[in-house]
Design a protein around this ligand. Structure first.
Ligand SMILES: NC(=O)c1ccc[n+]([C@@H]2O[C@H](COP(=O)([O-])OP(=O)(O)OC[C@H]3O[C@@H](n4cnc5c(N)ncnc54)[C@H](O)[C@@H]3O)[C@@H](O)[C@H]2O)c1
Ligand SMILES: [Zn+2]
Length: 325
């Protein structure tokens, strides 16, 4: 079964078919594109269609798309008949470097991102930058946030090569994509069950996920990576207060993020009480205290910091001021 969304049906399936599937027979199933549809309703439609097509336990689901397709498709595959095999063919840089790797799958539920999910490892992940030729610039730049994050949590020299880069070139460059993907893989491989150091990958995401969820209800929703870029600035500021990130490194991080995300409209209502409520729902928390992954230096993360609400508010205000400046 080849699973696509409305956009990857048009832009990616013809190339995938002629270059990779060739004469192999397959069933094509399409889901509705966009984060709003990463929900149980869309997954139900998949299960129904698969039953209709008599998909059995020997079947292979090929998720051809961005993180939405690998998250929802991987979740549907992992639950259907107690789990059938899947392969991810990511078509966004975000999915190539992040979402398609590591086996986490999820759907959003009751307004909370990735609330319902399971670990279901793909049999393989195929990275082919040709797919990126049709990806809108805004998505490319957004997805690059995860690569910046990988450098910030794991590899200072990599950060130095990225911080002044041309974002459109860097986000489609195979060696940068692979380096970024390898950082994600090496962290997830050390912590398959997501009990420890995998939380390093959450840098920028405590704030980022909350901001993304709030903005999904607004007229100008942020993309995942844009929200994470905002979250990284907020959490880098918090790192200077809690985990001794040097202020010159904070400045460097802010300079790069505000340059790359200069055109993003971070028009957020920081007084929205739901922001902190959303952070309290975060799966990383213990005893309802909000937990963040922070930096002690660029390249050196520290997981499981409990952060006071006033610091989170101030961190978000700091990020807002940086992007507004
Ligand atoms: N499971 C994980 O570990 C993990 C990690 C990071 C992010 N995620 C999830 O990934 C999702 C974001 O991923 P994304 O940014 O890839 O989103 P996406 O899948 O929604 O893709 C973004 C947009 O680009 C379109 N598109 C995709 N490939 C295209 C191409 N080659 N040409 C033209 N259009 C194309 C899509 O149809 C969509 O409109 C979020 O749901 C996030 O929660 C999951
Ligand atoms: Zn992310």
């Amino acid at each position: 079964v080849v699973l696509t969304d409305e956009n990857t049906s048009i832009h990616c399936l013809p190339y995938f078919k002629s270059n990779y599937l060739q004469e192999l027979p397959f069933v094509h199933v399409e889901i509705t594109q966009g984060e709003l549809y990463k929900n149980i309703g869309e997954v139900e439609k998949l299960w129904e269609r698969w039953m209709h097509e008599q998909v059995d336990r020997q079947a292979l689901i090929i998720c051809l798309g961005g993180g939405m397709v690998s998250d929802a498709g991987g979740f549907a595959a992992g639950t259907f008949k107690r789990g059938i095999r899947c392969i991810h063919v990511p078509t966004t840089n975000l999915a190539m470097c992040d979402a398609a790797l590591g086996g986490k799958t999820a759907i959003n539920f009751n307004g909370i991102k990735n609330q319902i999910g399971l670990l279901h490892q793909p049999e393989a992940v195929l990275i082919d930058p040709t797919f990126l030729q049709t990806l809108p610039e805004r998505d490319l730049i957004s997805g690059f946030a995860e690569t910046l994050k990988h450098a910030l949590i794991a590899d200072h020299p990599f950060w130095l090569t990225l911080k002044n880069c041309d974002v459109l070139q860097a986000s489609t460059n195979l060696s940068i994509l692979l380096k970024s993907a390898q950082i994600k893989l090496s962290i997830t491989e050390q912590d398959i069950d997501d009990r420890g150091i995998r939380q390093q990958l959450n840098f920028g995401h405590t704030v980022g996920h909350a901001v993304e969820a709030i903005s999904l209800e607004s007229v100008h929703p942020l993309l995942h990576g844009e929200a994470v870029a905002f979250g990284m600035v907020a959490e880098a500021w918090i790192s200077t207060k809690v985990s001794e990130l040097p202020t010159n490194e904070l400045k460097e991080i802010c300079a790069t993020m505000t340059r790359i995300y200069a055109k993003t409209n971070f028009n957020l209502d920081l007084d929205n009480n739901n922001l902190l409520l959303l952070m309290k729902q975060d799966k990383k928390n213990t005893e309802a205290r909000i937990t963040c992954t922070l930096l002690t230096n660029i390249g050196q993360p520290e997981i499981a910091h409990q952060v006071d609400e006033h610091l989170l508010r101030e961190g978000m205000q700091f990020a807002m001021d940086q992007f507004a400046a």
